[in-house]
Design a protein around this ligand. Sequence first.
Ligand code: GLN
Length: 239
Amino acid sequence: MSTLRVCSLYPELMNIYADRGNIAVLRARCEWRGLAFELSASSLGEVLDPGAADLFYMGGGQDRDQALVARDMVATKRDALHSAADRGAVVLAVCGGYQLLGHGYQMGDEELPGVGLADLRTVREPGERLIGNCAIEADLGSGPRVIAGFENHGGRTYLGAGERPLGRVLRGHGNNGKDGHEGVHRGNVIGTYLHGPLLPKNVWLADRLIELALGVELEPLDDRMEDAAHGSAKRAAGV
Ligand code: GLN
């Protein structure tokens, strides 16, 4: 029997907006299909084994929690995350976690370092936080689909030339409220601002991530409830 091994990064610090719901959905979608699910965690000061998981997950965080996490992640996890990504492991990072995937997060005079898994930079600019329901169109190799969620970030993220966004903004602000890009998608490394939590509102995405992490094709489930949740998230965003 296949096993999905998930490693949650800094789960006690990077978890605002109920991001732990994402892990619960991955577990349920595996177990309902008879796939085994193993969850581990790696936090402050802990060295990361790049081979220990098929999917590495990091949720959102307040600026102060990110400041605790950022330097530790560079020191104890950057190299392992690069080797995991190089061998095709999925890395899913939401909001504060997404910001730390890039080169850095500039907050006033302070620049938090990122792990450089994607060519992007995040800055605090004058202006309101970017808050609200958001919907994007994304294609993770199974055709264009809508991802709907809720965003709340002060940081604005800019992708380097040649870096691919996760999706195109249909409604909401996305990476910076200007260029119509949301998130990042490089190989199996995915970053997004969308909370919800993300996966309960978009179970197709949870399934796609499991497929990419394990190299399998999943059978559909009876998703009437999940499809209704997805529909209501889309309607809330106005698509
Ligand atoms: N602290 C970051 C910001 O405000 C990320 C917030 C979040 O994870 N919701 O930009």
